[in-house]
Design a protein around this ligand. Sequence first.
Ligand code: PMP
Length: 306
Amino acid sequence: MNSSVAFFKGKFIPYENANLHITTHALHYGTSVFEGIRGNWNEDKKTLFVFRMKEHYDRLLEGCSMLMLDIPYTSEELCKITLELIEKNNFKEDIYIRPLAYKSEELVANLKLQDLASDFALVAVPFGLYIDSNRAINCCTSSWRRIEDTMIPTRCKIGGHYVNSILAKTEATLSGFDEAIFLTQDGYVSEGAGENLFLIKNNTIIIPPVSANNLSGITRDSVIKLAAEELNLTVIEQNIRRSEIYLADELFLTGTAAHVTAVGSLDNRKIGSGDVGPITKSIQELYFDCVTGNNSKYINWCTAAN
Ligand code: PMP
């Protein structure tokens, strides 16, 4: 089934009525901050588990502060609105929740943030796999470099950023790859177009620091904890060169939409065996148990929505 209810301009209204005027500031200038949150349906427990909802809203509000988006809600209130929306839509399947805070002022030619109205909207839609995470995907190094924090703050999900990601993903998929990997202006590995990156070499996990202009990912944070606490792996944050990926034992990408997705090749060079590696597989299984509410130790990461 599709969504029937959206939260728009402070009210729950029919989904098809949640529309904006053509002159809305955010539509012209990318002046929005959004989130992607997953709700995972657990058929045995007949429950929809929303994963790390509060952390997503904390990141949304950080982005709002960067973009001077004044919305009248705390993270806790946003969580409550989300649970109410899910209840009203009566979802009994995996869903993707999309909160959006945006400059809602209706006027053209105004290149500033202050003294412009802001608003918040929320929709949720049924959602399956974003990338086929059951196999190892093939990536290319993007010819587009990742935007720098000196250009637009990169650690939160600002709408305008995504032109950068979309250019990279378009180039990659039109060339027959599944996903693009960005380098920074300095040539260090940053992240995927919509995922953070994890490299495994000699049983150690190496990840680019957030200062390599990647998004401060919530899946990244979850996987760092699971790898260290459950698999006893050392996780090191350090700058990575593209050639280190070619020589890695395993590589995987993490994201709310992408879950934990193994990468089998970069630029047509096989990584490790070219298949889902053993450490990646263990992390995928652990992560999947957590997001579906099946791991009691990490159940506080989940909010039961119905
Ligand atoms: N990087 C980018 C550019 C993204 O869009 C996403 C998806 N939100 C991620 C990384 C992963 O972040 P998260 O695990 O919080 O979804």
